[in-house]
Design a protein around this ligand. Structure first.
Ligand SMILES: [Zn+2]
Length: 321
């Protein structure tokens, strides 16, 4: 029944009905995961809107540091965003999230990782029954050579709190080898391993990073579409790509939605999911991402339904009715 609803919802452009269908978001960063309007309401004044086109990650960070950081780069701001992000997700019909919490957030708390975890735990509990929040440990490549932050990340993995780990920011900042021992430890702790790679091309580096860090899934990974061989390899090894279409367009990784390589990846048998990345900056919820892909003619309603259903496969009852 739900499948008919979702197909119809897409073809009749009924956003409320698209929202009503259960969905997942497995590529989202807690720090930027609520809508900008919510931050504006909370601080009581408006903020400069993100430019429609930004010069890659550097452009995004310039905007975030200048406009967003003053309002949210402290414990109170982060905790507001965390709760508000979960409200946004629930309203959008997202029933399972692998939301990443950067290890630097521990620095907002006098007791470090324990303080951060106590907050995350309240989030998990507060939304249980509505959304299955699976906390993910986030680590920026820029911190790979910062002994203090690396120690914090090791501590977080050792505590066995997080269900998955993700590596991100400028691919040039460190080679995967620099975080390999952290990933070995994460594997031993039973954590799912992910990393951002191939956001701006570079099919071979995707395979190399997967092999060195023994990744289960890749965040973005759209550069794989440059190589049929790498796409086949991803498909054979059942490596899922967690794609964020609007993020890719705004950060100039792809020219427009209609030519997004998610189509080529899908056609070559690579499993893909559809996600938000940073709702505060890119402004499109998971439901809107589905709608946009349909309207841009990238996928048929049935293909989007297949992608949605596949993303829910490992999501248990009652989140997945
Ligand atoms: Zn991301």
């Amino acid at each position: 029944m739900m499948s008919i609803d979702f197909l119809e919802a897409l073809s009749t452009d009924n956003l409320d009905a698209i929202r009503a269908a259960p969905k997942t978001d497995v590529h989202c960063h807690a720090f930027f995961s609520t809508r900008l309007e919510n931050v504006e309401r909370w601080i009581g004044h408006s903020l400069t809107k993100p430019p429609p086109q930004m010069d890659g990650l550097a452009g995004m960070m310039t905007y975030a540091d200048k406009v967003l950081a003053p309002s949210i780069k402290h414990r109170e701001g982060f905790e507001f965003v965390g709760v508000s992000a979960m409200d946004d997700a629930v309203r959008d019909g997202v029933v399972m999230l692998e939301m990443s919490f950067d290890i630097r957030l521990a620095e907002f708390y006098p007791d470090g990782v324990a303080g951060l975890w106590a907050f995350i735990e309240t989030l998990v509990e507060r939304y249980s029954g509505q959304a299955d929040l699976r906390p993910e440990l986030g680590f920026s490549r820029g911190n790979a050579y910062d002994p203090k932050r690396m120690r914090l990340a090791h501590e977080a993995v050792e505590l066995g709190l997080f269900q998955s780990i993700d590596l991100y920011s400028d691919q040039e900042a460190c080679a995967p080898e620099a975080v390999q021992s952290l990933y070995v430890k994460a594997r031993a702790a039973g954590m799912k391993r992910k990393a951002h790679v191939g956001e701006f091309g570079g099919a071979e580096e995707i395979r190399r990073t997967i092999e060195i860090l023994d990744l289960d899934e890749v965040q973005h990974g759209i550069g794989a579409a440059e190589s049929v061989e790498i796409m086949r390899w991803l498909s054979e090894n059942q490596i899922q790509l967690n794609v964020c279409p609007t993020s890719n367009v705004i950060l100039d990784g792809v020219p427009d939605l209609a030519s997004h390589p998610i189509r080529a990846l899908f056609d070559n048998g690579v499993s893909v999911t559809i996600n938000t990345d940073d709702l505060m900056i890119f402004g499109q919820s998971v439901s809107e991402e589905y709608r946009n892909l349909y309207q841009a003619g990238v996928f048929s309603a049935q293909e989007l339904e297949d992608i949605r259903r596949a993303s829910l496969e490992k999501v248990p009852h009652p989140y997945n009715p």
